[in-house]
Design a protein around this ligand. Sequence first.
Ligand SMILES: CC(C)(COP(=O)(O)OP(=O)(O)OC[C@H]1O[C@@H](n2cnc3c(N)ncnc32)[C@H](O)[C@@H]1OP(=O)(O)O)[C@@H](O)C(=O)NCCC(=O)NCCS
Length: 145
Amino acid sequence: MDARFKIRAAKKSDLNEIVKILVGEFAKPPYNEKWGKKEASNKIKEYFKFCKFFVAEINREIAGFIIASSYYHVTKKLWIYELVVSEKFQGRGIGKALIDAAINHFKKEKITGVRLIASKKARAFKFYKKLNFKETDFVELEKQL
Ligand SMILES: CC(C)(COP(=O)(O)OP(=O)(O)OC[C@H]1O[C@@H](n2cnc3c(N)ncnc32)[C@H](O)[C@@H]1OP(=O)(O)O)[C@@H](O)C(=O)NCCC(=O)NCCS
């Protein structure tokens, strides 16, 4: 692990930085999502109700965050809802360290696996493959209206 960053539980005061990172990174390809600050902030606040947040901090700057929950207790899986590292801090082991922190936190709930949804077009897909995530038989379905 890179000695220059530390992982800690997020505080309410990290919200602005978390929103900024989310909006910035998901505006880029392949996502091209144009999140408004207010919408993104509302989405993150919803997660606060049932998720655990960890942030990576470098010299008091938030470099990335993870939002995860073991809400679906029946399957005993940890769900990662959001994992984002600012582009300038990517490739330093922060994403992996954030996942490890979430897994460690939820171990007490005897989780048997970790699940998430990722775009096959994203660099993140290769990252998850590298971390030994396997594709499941579930796919997202969508109908255009
Ligand atoms: C996906 C993301 C979280 C990865 O975070 P990161 O801090 O850059 O990743 P790490 O440095 O922890 O990488 C961990 C391992 O994955 C590998 N990896 C990271 N990006 C990779 C890529 N694009 N292709 C192949 N391997 C990759 C690293 O080489 C590293 O392997 P190593 O330990 O053998 O060196 C980050 O790129 C990101 O935030 N992307 C934009 C938002 C996003 O797509 N989030 C995921 C939504 S599902």
